[in-house]
Design a protein around this ligand. Structure first.
Ligand code: CA
Length: 227
C-alpha cells in the first residue's frame, strides 16, 4: 500500500490510538507526537508526507505550530490537515490561513479522516510533467517550480495547485464549486469560502511581480485567469 508517513500531533492518547489504528490499517506509516516538541523531534528525524495536527495542544497551539512549519523551508510543502473541535467559521479560516490544507472537525469517523488524507495526498501528487507559461509566469510541473524572470515564487501547496489549474485553463470562468472540484477534489469536504482564502493568498504571492491581476474576480460567477 502507500507507505506514506503521516505524523499525528495530538495530545489525547485515545484519539492518537484511534487515528493510528485507522492509518495502519490503510498501510500508512503512523508517527505519533503528543506535543509540538515531540513533533519537532519527529520532523528532525524524517520529514513526513502529511501531518494531522490537533488545534488544541498544550503549550504551543496547533495553529501556531502549522504557521511555523509553513514558514520553514524543510516543512513548507508538507500538507497539513487540522483536527479541530471548533466549528466556528472564523476559526476554520484562521486554520486555513495559517497554512492548513484542510480540516476535520471532531468528532470524526476514521473513514472520513482517511478520505480527507487520500484527497490531500492525491492533490499533492498530481504532477504530470509539463511547462506552463502565462503572462510572464512559468510553471515547471515536474520540479514544482514557479518562476517570473529570474525570481522563484514561494507558494504553499494549495496555492500551487490552484495556480497550476488556472495556468492550464486560461481565459475561462470557474465558479467556486468548480474550483473546489478541480483543485481540492470532489471528496474534499471544504466550503466555498475556502476558495476565496486561497485565491487571496495566491494573489498576495503573485503581487510582487504584478501578476496578481491575472487572477480576476468575475462578479457573481467566480474567477478567471487571464492576461
Ligand atoms: Ca487536544
Amino acid at each position: 500500500m502507500s507507505g506514506k508517513r503521516i505524523l499525528v500531533v495530538e495530545d489525547e492518547q485515545a484519539i492518537r490510538e484511534m487515528i493510528g489504528f485507522a492509518l495502519r490499517r490503510e498501510g500508512y506509516h503512523f508517527i505519533e507526537a503528543g506535543s509540538v516538541a515531540e513533533a519537532e523531534d519527529a520532523i528532525a528525524e524524517q520529514v513526513p508526507d502529511l501531518m494531522l495536527v490537533d488545534w488544541m495542544l498544550p503549550g504551543t497551539s496547533g495553529v501556531e505550530f502549522v504557521r511555523h512549519t509553513k514558514r520553514d523551508e524543510l516543512t513548507q510543502d508538507v500538507p497539513v490537515i487540522m483536527l479541530t473541535a471548533r466549528t466556528e467559521e472564523d476559526d476554520k479560516i484562521v486554520g486555513l490561513d495559517a497554512g492548513a490544507d484542510d480540516y476535520v472537525s471532531k468528532p470524526f469517523s476514521p473513514r472520513e479522516l482517511i478520505a480527507r488524507i487520500r484527497a490531500v495526498l492525491r492533490r499533492i501528487g498530481s504532477a504530470d510533467g509539463q511547462l506552463l507559461e502565462v503572462g510572464g509566469l512559468a510553471m515547471d510541473v515536474d520540479s514544482h517550480r514557479v518562476t517570473y524572470g529570474d525570481s522563484n515564487l514561494d507558494l504553499g501547496p494549495t496555492e500551487y495547485r490552484l495556480l497550476q489549474f488556472f495556468m492550464s485553463h486560461v481565459d475561462r470562468v470557474y465558479s467556486r464549486t468548480q474550483l473546489l472540484d478541480h483543485v481540492w477534489g470532489r471528496s474534499a469536504f471544504v466550503e466555498e469560502r475556502t476558495v476565496d482564502v486561497h485565491v487571496l493568498r495566491l494573489r498576495k504571492a503573485l503581487a510582487p511581480y504584478g501578476c496578481d491581476k491575472l487572477v480576476q474576480t468575475v462578479r457573481g460567477a467566480g474567477y478567471r485567469f487571464s492576461v
